[in-house]
Design a protein around this ligand. Sequence first.
Ligand code: SAM
Ligand code: SF4
Length: 471
Amino acid sequence: MQRDYIALSTPRWQEFQEYQRLGLIPRHGDFSPAGVHYPPITNYPPIPPEEAYRDFHELETRKFDVYVHIPFCHRRCLFCHYPSHYHCSESEKDIYLDHLEMEMRNWLSFRGIERIKSRTILMGGGTPTDLSPSQLKRFLTFFTKYVDITSCPQFNWDVDPSTLVGEDGLERLRIIKDYQGDRLTIGIQSLNDAVLRKMNRSHDVAVAKESIQNCLNMGFKVNIEFIYGHPGETLQNWIDVMEEACSLGTDEIQLYRLKIEPYGDQEGTIKKFSAYHEDELISVEDTIRMKEISDLILADHGYQENLRRVFTKNRKNISLYAYNQCCRLKDEVGFGLSAFSSLNDRFMINTPDFAEYYQRTEQGMIAANRCLIRNADQQARWSTILPLKNYFIDKQLFQRLNQGADVSQLFRRQFDLLLQYGLITEDDKRVELTPTGAFYSDEIVHLFYEPQHQSFPRKDFMEGSLNPFNI
Ligand SMILES: C[S@@+](CC[C@H](N)C(=O)[O-])C[C@H]1O[C@@H](n2cnc3c(N)ncnc32)[C@H](O)[C@@H]1O
Ligand code: SF4
Protein backbone atom coordinates (compact mmCIF):
# COMPACT_ATOMS: atom_id res chain seq x y z
CA MET A 1 0.00 0.00 0.00
CA GLN A 2 1.23 3.52 -0.84
CA ARG A 3 2.46 5.59 2.10
CA ASP A 4 0.52 8.75 2.99
CA TYR A 5 3.05 11.08 1.37
CA ILE A 6 0.97 14.20 1.91
CA ALA A 7 0.87 13.65 5.68
CA LEU A 8 4.56 12.70 5.65
CA SER A 9 5.44 16.06 4.07
CA THR A 10 3.99 18.09 6.98
CA PRO A 11 7.15 18.18 9.18
CA ARG A 12 9.12 19.56 6.23
CA TRP A 13 6.60 22.34 5.69
CA GLN A 14 6.83 23.25 9.40
CA GLU A 15 10.62 23.21 9.22
CA PHE A 16 10.52 25.46 6.14
CA GLN A 17 8.50 28.05 8.07
CA GLU A 18 10.99 27.87 10.93
CA TYR A 19 13.82 28.69 8.50
CA GLN A 20 11.76 31.63 7.24
CA ARG A 21 11.61 32.90 10.86
CA LEU A 22 15.39 32.43 11.11
CA GLY A 23 15.85 34.63 8.04
CA LEU A 24 17.36 31.93 5.82
CA ILE A 25 14.38 31.81 3.46
CA PRO A 26 12.60 34.97 2.31
CA ARG A 27 9.10 35.65 3.67
CA HIS A 28 7.52 35.07 0.24
CA GLY A 29 9.18 31.63 0.08
CA ASP A 30 10.52 32.04 -3.46
CA PHE A 31 13.98 30.77 -4.33
CA SER A 32 16.79 31.58 -6.71
CA PRO A 33 18.84 28.68 -8.04
CA ALA A 34 22.57 29.13 -7.55
CA GLY A 35 23.81 28.53 -11.09
CA VAL A 36 27.29 27.85 -12.33
CA HIS A 37 28.31 31.48 -12.11
CA TYR A 38 29.19 33.79 -9.26
CA PRO A 39 28.84 36.79 -9.45
CA PRO A 40 25.54 36.50 -11.32
CA ILE A 41 25.65 36.48 -15.09
CA THR A 42 23.76 39.76 -15.47
CA ASN A 43 26.80 41.60 -14.07
CA TYR A 44 29.27 40.74 -16.80
CA PRO A 45 30.68 43.68 -18.74
CA PRO A 46 31.36 43.76 -22.50
CA ILE A 47 34.89 42.72 -23.38
CA PRO A 48 37.04 42.91 -26.53
CA PRO A 49 38.10 39.42 -27.71
CA GLU A 50 41.80 39.95 -27.03
CA GLU A 51 40.98 40.71 -23.35
CA ALA A 52 38.77 37.67 -22.73
CA TYR A 53 41.65 35.20 -22.56
CA ARG A 54 44.36 37.59 -21.35
CA ASP A 55 46.76 35.73 -19.03
CA PHE A 56 44.59 32.65 -19.12
CA HIS A 57 46.42 29.36 -18.77
CA GLU A 58 44.74 26.05 -19.38
CA LEU A 59 45.22 23.52 -16.62
CA GLU A 60 48.15 21.17 -17.20
CA THR A 61 46.00 18.54 -18.91
CA ARG A 62 44.88 21.09 -21.54
CA LYS A 63 41.58 19.27 -21.59
CA PHE A 64 38.17 20.92 -21.62
CA ASP A 65 34.62 19.91 -20.95
CA VAL A 66 32.87 21.05 -24.11
CA TYR A 67 29.38 22.52 -24.44
CA VAL A 68 27.56 23.30 -27.69
CA HIS A 69 24.36 25.34 -27.79
CA ILE A 70 21.85 24.56 -30.53
CA PRO A 71 19.27 27.35 -30.10
CA PHE A 72 16.22 25.83 -31.77
CA CYS A 73 13.01 24.28 -30.49
CA HIS A 74 9.79 23.15 -32.03
CA ARG A 75 7.84 25.60 -29.86
CA ARG A 76 8.13 27.70 -26.71
CA CYS A 77 7.31 25.90 -23.47
CA LEU A 78 5.47 28.04 -20.96
CA PHE A 79 8.06 27.66 -18.19
CA CYS A 80 11.27 28.01 -20.19
CA HIS A 81 13.75 30.88 -19.71
CA TYR A 82 16.43 29.32 -21.89
CA PRO A 83 17.52 31.20 -25.02
CA SER A 84 16.02 29.49 -28.03
CA HIS A 85 14.19 30.18 -31.31
CA TYR A 86 11.07 28.59 -32.70
CA HIS A 87 9.61 27.56 -36.05
CA CYS A 88 12.95 28.15 -37.82
CA SER A 89 13.33 26.80 -41.35
CA GLU A 90 15.85 24.14 -42.35
CA SER A 91 17.86 26.76 -44.21
CA GLU A 92 18.05 29.02 -41.13
CA LYS A 93 19.42 26.09 -39.15
CA ASP A 94 21.90 25.34 -41.95
CA ILE A 95 23.14 28.94 -41.77
CA TYR A 96 23.55 28.60 -38.00
CA LEU A 97 25.61 25.43 -38.46
CA ASP A 98 27.83 27.23 -41.01
CA HIS A 99 28.60 29.86 -38.37
CA LEU A 100 29.01 27.39 -35.54
CA GLU A 101 31.72 25.71 -37.60
CA MET A 102 33.38 29.10 -38.22
CA GLU A 103 33.25 29.88 -34.49
CA MET A 104 34.98 26.64 -33.58
CA ARG A 105 37.67 27.20 -36.21
CA ASN A 106 38.18 30.80 -35.04
CA TRP A 107 38.48 29.75 -31.41
CA LEU A 108 41.09 27.10 -32.18
CA SER A 109 43.26 29.48 -34.16
CA PHE A 110 42.77 32.25 -31.53
CA ARG A 111 44.03 29.87 -28.84
CA GLY A 112 46.70 28.35 -31.09
CA ILE A 113 45.34 24.85 -30.57
CA GLU A 114 44.82 22.31 -33.35
CA ARG A 115 42.11 20.25 -31.75
CA ILE A 116 40.33 20.35 -28.40
CA LYS A 117 40.86 17.35 -26.18
CA SER A 118 37.47 16.77 -24.59
CA ARG A 119 37.07 15.69 -20.98
CA THR A 120 33.29 15.31 -21.41
CA ILE A 121 30.76 16.81 -23.84
CA LEU A 122 27.25 18.23 -23.51
CA MET A 123 25.04 19.16 -26.44
CA GLY A 124 22.29 21.43 -25.14
CA GLY A 125 20.00 24.25 -26.04
CA GLY A 126 17.28 24.67 -26.99
CA THR A 127 17.04 21.20 -28.35
CA PRO A 128 20.04 19.85 -30.27
CA THR A 129 17.84 17.14 -31.75
CA ASP A 130 15.62 19.81 -33.29
CA LEU A 131 18.12 19.47 -36.18
CA SER A 132 17.06 17.10 -38.95
CA PRO A 133 18.97 13.80 -39.12
CA SER A 134 21.10 15.02 -42.04
CA GLN A 135 21.91 18.30 -40.23
CA LEU A 136 22.80 16.37 -37.11
CA LYS A 137 25.22 14.24 -39.11
CA ARG A 138 26.74 17.28 -40.76
CA PHE A 139 27.16 18.97 -37.37
CA LEU A 140 28.81 15.94 -35.78
CA THR A 141 31.14 15.55 -38.75
CA PHE A 142 32.65 19.00 -38.28
CA PHE A 143 32.40 18.89 -34.48
CA THR A 144 34.55 15.76 -34.32
CA LYS A 145 37.02 17.33 -36.73
CA TYR A 146 37.70 20.04 -34.14
CA VAL A 147 37.11 18.08 -30.94
CA ASP A 148 38.96 14.89 -30.15
CA ILE A 149 36.41 12.55 -28.59
CA THR A 150 38.60 9.46 -28.46
CA SER A 151 39.36 9.69 -24.74
CA CYS A 152 36.05 11.26 -23.72
CA PRO A 153 34.31 9.01 -21.18
CA GLN A 154 30.84 10.53 -21.57
CA PHE A 155 29.00 12.32 -24.37
CA ASN A 156 25.70 13.87 -23.15
CA TRP A 157 22.70 15.24 -24.99
CA ASP A 158 19.80 17.34 -23.58
CA VAL A 159 16.82 16.39 -25.69
CA ASP A 160 13.07 16.71 -26.11
CA PRO A 161 10.93 13.54 -26.36
CA SER A 162 9.15 14.55 -29.58
CA THR A 163 12.47 14.50 -31.46
CA LEU A 164 13.22 10.89 -30.48
CA VAL A 165 10.21 9.07 -31.90
CA GLY A 166 9.19 7.93 -35.38
CA GLU A 167 11.58 7.26 -38.25
CA ASP A 168 13.46 10.55 -37.88
CA GLY A 169 13.72 10.12 -34.11
CA LEU A 170 15.23 6.65 -34.42
CA GLU A 171 17.58 7.89 -37.13
CA ARG A 172 18.76 10.73 -34.84
CA LEU A 173 19.44 8.23 -32.07
CA ARG A 174 21.46 6.03 -34.43
CA ILE A 175 23.54 9.03 -35.52
CA ILE A 176 24.15 10.11 -31.92
CA LYS A 177 25.27 6.57 -31.12
CA ASP A 178 27.54 6.38 -34.21
CA TYR A 179 29.38 9.42 -32.83
CA GLN A 180 29.77 7.90 -29.35
CA GLY A 181 26.85 9.73 -27.70
CA ASP A 182 25.99 7.58 -24.69
CA ARG A 183 23.90 9.58 -22.24
CA LEU A 184 20.63 11.41 -22.88
CA THR A 185 18.74 13.78 -20.60
CA ILE A 186 15.13 13.84 -21.77
CA GLY A 187 12.84 16.68 -20.70
CA ILE A 188 9.77 14.69 -19.74
CA GLN A 189 8.54 17.47 -17.38
CA SER A 190 5.33 15.64 -16.40
CA LEU A 191 3.52 12.35 -16.97
CA ASN A 192 0.12 14.03 -16.87
CA ASP A 193 -1.40 15.08 -20.21
CA ALA A 194 -3.31 18.07 -18.79
CA VAL A 195 -0.10 19.43 -17.21
CA LEU A 196 1.88 18.86 -20.43
CA ARG A 197 -0.76 20.81 -22.39
CA LYS A 198 -0.57 23.65 -19.87
CA MET A 199 3.23 23.64 -20.28
CA ASN A 200 2.75 23.92 -24.06
CA ARG A 201 5.00 20.91 -24.57
CA SER A 202 5.26 19.43 -28.04
CA HIS A 203 4.54 15.90 -26.76
CA ASP A 204 2.03 13.98 -24.70
CA VAL A 205 2.60 11.23 -22.15
CA ALA A 206 2.52 8.45 -24.77
CA VAL A 207 5.28 10.13 -26.82
CA ALA A 208 7.31 10.81 -23.66
CA LYS A 209 7.23 7.13 -22.73
CA GLU A 210 7.94 6.00 -26.29
CA SER A 211 11.02 8.25 -26.40
CA ILE A 212 12.34 6.78 -23.15
CA GLN A 213 11.80 3.25 -24.43
CA ASN A 214 13.56 4.01 -27.75
CA CYS A 215 16.59 5.33 -25.86
CA LEU A 216 16.71 2.44 -23.43
CA ASN A 217 16.33 -0.08 -26.29
CA MET A 218 19.36 1.43 -27.99
CA GLY A 219 21.45 1.13 -24.85
CA PHE A 220 21.71 4.80 -23.84
CA LYS A 221 22.03 5.87 -20.23
CA VAL A 222 18.87 7.87 -19.63
CA ASN A 223 18.14 10.75 -17.28
CA ILE A 224 14.59 12.17 -17.21
CA GLU A 225 13.71 15.68 -16.02
CA PHE A 226 10.60 16.95 -14.29
CA ILE A 227 9.31 20.28 -13.01
CA TYR A 228 7.33 20.62 -9.79
CA GLY A 229 5.25 23.60 -8.68
CA HIS A 230 3.93 24.15 -12.23
CA PRO A 231 0.35 25.31 -12.89
CA GLY A 232 -1.92 22.30 -13.34
CA GLU A 233 -0.05 20.17 -10.81
CA THR A 234 -1.61 19.03 -7.53
CA LEU A 235 -0.09 17.12 -4.62
CA GLN A 236 -1.92 13.99 -5.75
CA ASN A 237 -1.06 14.18 -9.44
CA TRP A 238 2.58 14.89 -8.50
CA ILE A 239 2.62 11.72 -6.37
CA ASP A 240 1.23 9.78 -9.35
CA VAL A 241 3.82 11.28 -11.71
CA MET A 242 6.72 10.47 -9.39
CA GLU A 243 5.53 6.91 -8.75
CA GLU A 244 5.25 6.34 -12.49
CA ALA A 245 8.61 8.02 -13.18
CA CYS A 246 10.28 5.53 -10.84
CA SER A 247 8.78 2.62 -12.78
CA LEU A 248 10.19 3.62 -16.19
CA GLY A 249 13.61 1.99 -15.76
CA THR A 250 15.80 5.08 -16.22
CA ASP A 251 19.14 5.52 -14.49
CA GLU A 252 18.41 8.98 -13.25
CA ILE A 253 15.60 11.40 -12.39
CA GLN A 254 16.26 15.13 -12.16
CA LEU A 255 13.90 17.62 -10.55
CA TYR A 256 13.48 21.36 -11.00
CA ARG A 257 11.34 23.66 -8.89
CA LEU A 258 9.45 25.97 -11.24
CA LYS A 259 11.19 29.32 -11.45
CA ILE A 260 8.91 32.14 -12.49
CA GLU A 261 11.35 35.03 -12.21
CA PRO A 262 14.08 34.75 -14.86
CA TYR A 263 17.56 34.09 -13.45
CA GLY A 264 19.68 34.83 -16.51
CA ASP A 265 19.37 37.25 -19.36
CA GLN A 266 16.11 35.89 -20.81
CA GLU A 267 12.52 35.93 -19.57
CA GLY A 268 10.12 33.01 -20.12
CA THR A 269 6.40 33.26 -20.98
CA ILE A 270 5.65 32.02 -17.47
CA LYS A 271 6.51 35.47 -16.10
CA LYS A 272 3.68 37.12 -18.06
CA PHE A 273 1.39 34.17 -17.43
CA SER A 274 1.89 34.58 -13.68
CA ALA A 275 0.71 38.20 -13.83
CA TYR A 276 -2.59 37.27 -15.53
CA HIS A 277 -3.29 33.88 -13.95
CA GLU A 278 -2.32 34.34 -10.33
CA ASP A 279 -5.11 31.98 -9.29
CA GLU A 280 -3.41 29.13 -11.20
CA LEU A 281 -0.05 29.44 -9.45
CA ILE A 282 0.91 26.74 -6.97
CA SER A 283 1.30 27.93 -3.37
CA VAL A 284 4.70 27.84 -1.68
CA GLU A 285 3.33 25.31 0.80
CA ASP A 286 2.29 22.89 -1.94
CA THR A 287 5.56 23.41 -3.81
CA ILE A 288 7.62 22.58 -0.72
CA ARG A 289 5.43 19.58 -0.01
CA MET A 290 5.97 18.41 -3.63
CA LYS A 291 9.71 18.70 -3.17
CA GLU A 292 9.56 16.63 0.02
CA ILE A 293 7.13 14.11 -1.49
CA SER A 294 9.42 13.45 -4.45
CA ASP A 295 12.42 13.02 -2.13
CA LEU A 296 10.44 10.40 -0.17
CA ILE A 297 9.15 8.55 -3.23
CA LEU A 298 12.55 8.51 -4.92
CA ALA A 299 14.21 7.17 -1.77
CA ASP A 300 11.50 4.49 -1.49
CA HIS A 301 12.44 3.37 -5.01
CA GLY A 302 16.20 3.29 -4.38
CA TYR A 303 17.15 6.60 -6.03
CA GLN A 304 19.77 8.65 -4.17
CA GLU A 305 20.54 12.33 -4.55
CA ASN A 306 24.11 12.15 -5.88
CA LEU A 307 24.27 15.65 -7.37
CA ARG A 308 21.88 18.31 -6.09
CA ARG A 309 18.33 17.51 -7.26
CA VAL A 310 19.61 14.66 -9.43
CA PHE A 311 18.64 11.22 -8.17
CA THR A 312 20.49 8.16 -9.40
CA LYS A 313 20.25 4.47 -8.67
CA ASN A 314 23.88 3.87 -9.48
CA ARG A 315 26.34 6.66 -8.72
CA LYS A 316 28.54 5.74 -11.64
CA ASN A 317 25.80 6.95 -14.03
CA ILE A 318 25.85 10.60 -12.93
CA SER A 319 26.61 13.30 -15.47
CA LEU A 320 30.39 13.66 -15.49
CA TYR A 321 29.96 16.97 -17.29
CA ALA A 322 27.93 18.35 -14.35
CA TYR A 323 30.34 16.75 -11.87
CA ASN A 324 33.40 18.31 -13.52
CA GLN A 325 31.83 21.72 -13.74
CA CYS A 326 29.88 22.04 -10.50
CA CYS A 327 31.85 19.85 -8.11
CA ARG A 328 35.44 19.89 -9.39
CA LEU A 329 35.35 23.34 -11.07
CA LYS A 330 37.18 22.20 -14.19
CA ASP A 331 37.60 24.28 -17.33
CA GLU A 332 34.68 24.19 -19.70
CA VAL A 333 34.41 25.87 -23.08
CA GLY A 334 31.09 26.63 -24.76
CA PHE A 335 30.30 27.16 -28.45
CA GLY A 336 27.18 28.57 -30.07
CA LEU A 337 24.81 31.45 -29.55
CA SER A 338 24.70 32.52 -25.85
CA ALA A 339 26.93 29.61 -24.79
CA PHE A 340 29.16 30.25 -21.80
CA SER A 341 32.67 29.18 -20.90
CA SER A 342 33.57 28.59 -17.28
CA LEU A 343 37.31 28.72 -16.75
CA ASN A 344 39.40 28.51 -13.61
CA ASP A 345 39.44 32.26 -12.89
CA ARG A 346 36.78 33.67 -15.23
CA PHE A 347 33.46 33.21 -16.87
CA MET A 348 32.51 34.41 -20.35
CA ILE A 349 29.41 34.39 -22.50
CA ASN A 350 28.91 34.36 -26.25
CA THR A 351 26.66 36.95 -27.77
CA PRO A 352 22.95 35.97 -27.68
CA ASP A 353 22.23 37.96 -30.84
CA PHE A 354 22.15 36.05 -34.16
CA ALA A 355 23.25 39.05 -36.27
CA GLU A 356 26.21 39.76 -33.99
CA TYR A 357 27.11 36.07 -33.77
CA TYR A 358 27.16 35.82 -37.55
CA GLN A 359 29.11 39.04 -37.97
CA ARG A 360 31.77 38.13 -35.41
CA THR A 361 32.29 34.62 -36.72
CA GLU A 362 32.48 35.83 -40.34
CA GLN A 363 35.15 38.34 -39.27
CA GLY A 364 37.23 35.54 -37.77
CA MET A 365 36.50 36.50 -34.15
CA ILE A 366 35.55 34.38 -31.16
CA ALA A 367 31.89 34.75 -30.13
CA ALA A 368 32.39 35.69 -26.43
CA ASN A 369 31.52 39.36 -25.94
CA ARG A 370 31.09 39.55 -22.15
CA CYS A 371 33.49 38.28 -19.52
CA LEU A 372 34.23 38.56 -15.85
CA ILE A 373 37.67 37.76 -14.48
CA ARG A 374 37.05 37.12 -10.80
CA ASN A 375 38.98 39.01 -8.14
CA ALA A 376 40.32 37.04 -5.15
CA ASP A 377 37.16 37.53 -3.08
CA GLN A 378 34.83 36.54 -5.94
CA GLN A 379 37.02 33.54 -6.72
CA ALA A 380 36.80 32.32 -3.12
CA ARG A 381 33.01 32.69 -3.09
CA TRP A 382 32.58 31.00 -6.49
CA SER A 383 34.72 28.04 -5.48
CA THR A 384 32.70 27.64 -2.28
CA ILE A 385 29.16 28.11 -3.57
CA LEU A 386 29.14 25.61 -6.41
CA PRO A 387 30.74 22.61 -4.68
CA LEU A 388 28.88 23.22 -1.41
CA LYS A 389 25.55 23.27 -3.22
CA ASN A 390 26.21 20.26 -5.42
CA TYR A 391 28.65 18.01 -3.62
CA PHE A 392 31.11 19.13 -0.94
CA ILE A 393 33.89 21.65 -0.53
CA ASP A 394 37.18 19.86 -1.00
CA LYS A 395 39.56 21.96 1.11
CA GLN A 396 42.60 21.00 -0.96
CA LEU A 397 40.91 21.87 -4.25
CA PHE A 398 39.85 25.20 -2.76
CA GLN A 399 43.45 25.90 -1.81
CA ARG A 400 44.63 25.11 -5.34
CA LEU A 401 42.09 27.46 -6.89
CA ASN A 402 42.72 30.24 -4.36
CA GLN A 403 46.50 30.49 -4.13
CA GLY A 404 46.78 28.56 -0.91
CA ALA A 405 43.92 30.26 0.97
CA ASP A 406 42.17 28.28 3.69
CA VAL A 407 38.40 28.07 3.19
CA SER A 408 37.70 27.25 6.84
CA GLN A 409 39.34 30.48 7.92
CA LEU A 410 37.88 32.66 5.20
CA PHE A 411 34.30 31.59 5.84
CA ARG A 412 34.58 30.66 9.54
CA ARG A 413 31.52 32.73 10.55
CA GLN A 414 29.27 31.09 7.98
CA PHE A 415 30.56 27.60 8.78
CA ASP A 416 30.12 28.04 12.56
CA LEU A 417 26.57 29.23 12.10
CA LEU A 418 25.69 26.41 9.73
CA LEU A 419 27.31 23.86 12.06
CA GLN A 420 25.29 25.26 14.97
CA TYR A 421 22.03 24.71 13.04
CA GLY A 422 23.02 21.24 11.83
CA LEU A 423 23.09 22.30 8.18
CA ILE A 424 26.70 21.27 7.38
CA THR A 425 29.38 18.91 8.65
CA GLU A 426 33.08 19.75 8.55
CA ASP A 427 36.31 17.80 8.96
CA ASP A 428 39.89 18.55 7.96
CA LYS A 429 39.25 17.52 4.32
CA ARG A 430 35.74 18.69 3.47
CA VAL A 431 32.66 20.75 4.27
CA GLU A 432 29.38 19.14 3.30
CA LEU A 433 25.65 19.82 3.59
CA THR A 434 23.70 17.53 5.94
CA PRO A 435 20.47 16.00 4.53
CA THR A 436 18.52 18.94 6.02
CA GLY A 437 21.07 21.38 4.59
CA ALA A 438 20.73 19.72 1.18
CA PHE A 439 17.00 20.50 1.13
CA TYR A 440 17.82 24.22 1.55
CA SER A 441 21.00 24.28 -0.54
CA ASP A 442 20.02 27.26 -2.70
CA GLU A 443 19.24 29.36 0.38
CA ILE A 444 22.33 28.24 2.31
CA VAL A 445 24.77 29.16 -0.42
CA HIS A 446 23.37 32.69 -0.40
CA LEU A 447 25.20 33.13 2.94
CA PHE A 448 28.35 33.24 0.80
CA TYR A 449 27.07 35.96 -1.57
CA GLU A 450 28.09 39.59 -1.21
CA PRO A 451 25.10 41.80 -0.25
CA GLN A 452 24.90 43.48 -3.67
CA HIS A 453 24.53 40.09 -5.37
CA GLN A 454 21.82 38.67 -3.11
CA SER A 455 18.86 37.42 -5.14
CA PHE A 456 16.25 39.13 -2.95
CA PRO A 457 16.33 42.47 -1.10
CA ARG A 458 16.93 42.68 2.63
CA LYS A 459 13.33 43.65 3.36
CA ASP A 460 12.18 40.22 2.13
CA PHE A 461 13.89 38.47 5.06
CA MET A 462 13.06 38.27 8.76
CA GLU A 463 15.83 39.40 11.11
CA GLY A 464 16.84 35.90 12.24
CA SER A 465 20.37 34.65 12.80
CA LEU A 466 20.55 32.99 9.36
CA ASN A 467 19.62 36.18 7.48
CA PRO A 468 22.15 36.39 4.59
CA PHE A 469 22.50 40.17 5.10
CA ASN A 470 23.63 39.71 8.71
CA ILE A 471 26.71 37.63 7.91
C1 SAM B 1 17.49 23.54 -21.63
S1 SAM B 1 16.07 22.93 -20.81
C2 SAM B 1 15.46 21.65 -21.82
C3 SAM B 1 15.91 20.59 -22.63
C4 SAM B 1 15.02 20.16 -23.77
N1 SAM B 1 14.95 21.17 -24.75
C5 SAM B 1 13.61 19.81 -23.36
O1 SAM B 1 12.72 20.59 -23.56
O2 SAM B 1 13.36 18.70 -22.92
C6 SAM B 1 16.66 22.05 -19.39
C7 SAM B 1 15.62 21.83 -18.30
O3 SAM B 1 15.47 22.99 -17.48
C8 SAM B 1 14.21 22.90 -16.82
N2 SAM B 1 13.60 24.23 -16.82
C9 SAM B 1 13.50 25.06 -17.88
N3 SAM B 1 12.88 26.20 -17.50
C10 SAM B 1 12.57 26.09 -16.17
C11 SAM B 1 11.92 26.92 -15.20
N4 SAM B 1 11.43 28.10 -15.51
N5 SAM B 1 11.81 26.47 -13.94
C12 SAM B 1 12.31 25.27 -13.61
N6 SAM B 1 12.90 24.45 -14.47
C13 SAM B 1 13.05 24.84 -15.75
C14 SAM B 1 13.37 21.90 -17.56
O4 SAM B 1 13.09 20.76 -16.77
C15 SAM B 1 14.22 21.55 -18.77
O5 SAM B 1 14.07 20.22 -19.16
S1 SF4 C 1 12.05 23.44 -22.37
FE1 SF4 C 1 13.26 22.67 -24.05
S2 SF4 C 1 11.82 22.52 -25.79
FE2 SF4 C 1 10.88 23.81 -24.27
S3 SF4 C 1 11.41 25.87 -24.92
FE3 SF4 C 1 12.91 25.25 -23.36
S4 SF4 C 1 14.60 24.42 -24.48
FE4 SF4 C 1 12.85 24.51 -25.89
